[in-house]
Write a protein that binds this ligand. Sequence first.
Ligand SMILES: Nc1ncnc2c1ncn2[C@@H]1O[C@H](COP(=O)(O)OP(=O)(O)O)[C@@H](O)[C@H]1O
Ligand SMILES: [Mg+2]
Length: 150
Amino acid sequence: MMKPTNEMAVSFLSCSANESFGRAAVAAFAAQLDPTIDELSDIKTAVSEAVTNCIVHAYRDTLGVIYITCKLYEDGRLSIRIRDKGCGIEDVEKAMQPLFTTSENEERAGLGFAVMESFMDKLRVTSKPGKGTTVTMYKTIKRRQAEKNT
Ligand SMILES: Nc1ncnc2c1ncn2[C@@H]1O[C@H](COP(=O)(O)OP(=O)(O)O)[C@@H](O)[C@H]1O
Ligand SMILES: [Mg+2]
């Protein structure tokens, strides 16, 4: 496994006002890869879905801490890990199926994981009921004229 050339970590409370903060923090970090507008928008959408899940599912009627770690690799690969210490997921495989939702809110269509999967190169979800959930997403941004980080 390659060593990251850069990394960052942020944590914040799971209030809905922080959904845009999480998305913007990752976008600001990813900007050093000189992504296209489309690539950046894919990343922001995927992060939004994962952070929203922490807010509305993991910490449902409570407030908890959301942890984001981003790592950048020499080959332009970006990894984004979004972790909560909320309720966890009983059956991850089932939860990841398109249209599966435990929410009664019609607005939530059960497509969050499907969106993360299609907008990113790779998605990994691990969870322990009662302990929390970790979502890790990967996307490679092809180098155009971005300088290498030292
Ligand atoms: N961080 C999380 N903690 C607990 N449960 C989660 C988390 N993320 C997702 N889930 C579960 O997986 C289901 C599917 O998530 P998703 O595909 O984003 O659809 P939606 O959020 O619209 O329900 C959710 O309804 C919820 O039961
Ligand atoms: Mg969702």
